[in-house]
Write a protein that binds this ligand. Structure first.
Ligand code: ADP
Ligand code: MG
Length: 247
C-alpha cells in the first residue's frame, strides 16, 4: 500500500441531482502513467478537480504519498507536489515562454508576488523556470512570445508551467486535445520521457496515445468506474470492450 503515490477511496462528487463521480477507487504507483479514459461527461475532469483540491468531494478520500489530502485547498495540494494542467490552455499569451515559466515557478514560493524583481529568490526561480522549459522541450523558445507559437507548442508550454512548480505528481487533463498527429506524437514522447522522473495521471481521449504510454488505466462511464488496473487487463475487460471500445 505504502508504495503508492496516489490513491482514491470511494471518491464521490454530486452536482445537485447528478453524480459526476461515483465511488471511484484507483491507485497509482510512483513513476508510472495512469490514464483515465471515458466519453464526454464521464466525470474525468471532475476527478482531476477533486485530486487537485479545486473541488471538494461529497464522500471518499484522496491519499497522496501516504497522506490524507482530502479537502485541502489547491495551493496546499500544489505545495505537497501535485501539479496540474487544465483542459483549456492557461498560459499568458503576451508573455514569453520563459516569463510564463518564471510566473509558474514563482507561484510555488510563498510571499513571492514581487514579479521579476531580482530579489534573493530570483536565481532559484530562474533556475527552476529554465529547467522546466528544457524538460518540456522548449529550451530554444525561451524568448518567443507565447501567442506567436503553434497551438501544440503552447500546450507543451503549459506542461512546462506545471513542471516549473516542481511537482512530483502531474495531473494532465487532455494535454493533446485539439492537436494534429505530429503534435500529439511529440507530446506522447514528452510524457513518456517525463514518466522517468514523475508520476502522471493523464486524462486523454486519444486512444492510440493512451495505449502507447499508459501503464495503468481507469475507464469511467457516467461517473462510474468500469474497470481499473494494468493496461492490458483493463483493455481486454469484456465490460470495457462492450461499453466503451465498441465491437
Ligand atoms: P468529462 O471531463 O469526463 O467530460 P466532467 O467531469 O467535466 O466530464 O463532467 C461530468 C459531469 O458533471 C457532466 O455531466 C457535467 O455536466 C457535470 N459537471 C461538471 N462540472 C460541473 C459543475 N461545476 N456544476 C454542475 N455540473 C457539473
Ligand atoms: Mg473533461
Amino acid at each position: 500500500m505504502s508504495d503508492l503515490i496516489l490513491e482514491t477511496r470511494g471518491l464521490t462528487k454530486t452536482f445537485g441531482g447528478l453524480t459526476a463521480v461515483s465511488g471511484i477507487s484507483l491507485q497509482v504507483a510512483p513513476r508510472e502513467i495512469h490514464a483515465i479514459i471515458g466519453p464526454n461527461g464521464a466525470g474525468k475532469s471532475t476527478m482531476v478537480n477533486l485530486l487537485s483540491g479545486h473541488l471538494l468531494p461529497c464522500a471518499g478520500q484522496v491519499i497522496f504519498n501516504g497522506q490524507d489530502i482530502t479537502g485541502l485547498a489547491p495551493n496546499k495540494v500544489s505545495h505537497l507536489g501535485v501539479g496540474r494542467s487544465f483542459q483549456r490552455t492557461n498560459i499568458f499569451p503576451s508573455f514569453t515562454c520563459l516569463e510564463n515559466c518564471l510566473l509558474a515557478a514563482q507561484s510555488r514560493l510563498k510571499n513571492s508576488f514581487r514579479f521579476f524583481r531580482r530579489g534573493d529568490r530570483y536565481p532559484l526561480v530562474r533556475e527552476r523556470a529554465e529547467k522546466a522549459l528544457e524538460a518540456c522541450g522548449l529550451s530554444s523558445k525561451g524568448h518567443s512570445i507565447a501567442s506567436s507559437m503553434s497551438y501544440g507548442e503552447q500546450r507543451q508550454l503549459e506542461i512546462g508551467m506545471v513542471l516549473a512548480t516542481e511537482p512530483s505528481f502531474l495531473l494532465l487533463d487532455e494535454p493533446m486535445a485539439g492537436m494534429g498527429k505530429e503534435e500529439s506524437n511529440r507530446v506522447v514522447e514528452l510524457l513518456a520521457e517525463l514518466s522517468r522522473d514523475y508520476s502522471l495521471l493523464l486524462v486523454e481521449h486519444d486512444m492510440d496515445a493512451v495505449f502507447s504510454i499508459a501503464k495503468t488505466l481507469t475507464v469511467m462511464v457516467n461517473g462510474q468506474m468500469l474497470a481499473s488496473g494494468p493496461l492490458d487487463h483493463v483493455r481486454n475487460d469484456p465490460a470495457v470492450q462492450e461499453a466503451y471500445l465498441g465491437d
